[in-house]
Design a protein. Sequence first.
Length: 95
Amino acid sequence: MFGLGDISSVLLFTVLLGVQYVLASQKSVYWGAILPVAFAGWGTYVMATTNGHVVGQGTIVLLGVAFLCGQWVSGRQSLKVKQQKELRKMQVQDI
C-alpha cells in the first residue's frame, strides 16, 4: 500500500509510531491527532484513486489508525504519569 518494499514499509510505519508517541506526549492533546487524521485521509485518498483491493486497503488503513490512536493513548498516559511525579516532587519540597 505504501508503494515501497516490504521492509521499507515496516520501517516507515515504525518511525511513524515513534513520532506519534513523541507528539502524543506533548502538553497539547491536539499534536497527537495529526498523524491519525493524516494517515486516514491519505489512506482514503489512495483507496479512492487506485483500483486495488478496497477491503484489503481499508483493513490496512483501519489497523494503521488503530495503532496510531493506541500510541496516542499511551503517550497521553505517559505525560500524565510525568506530571504526577513532578507534582509529588513539588509537594515533598514544600513540606
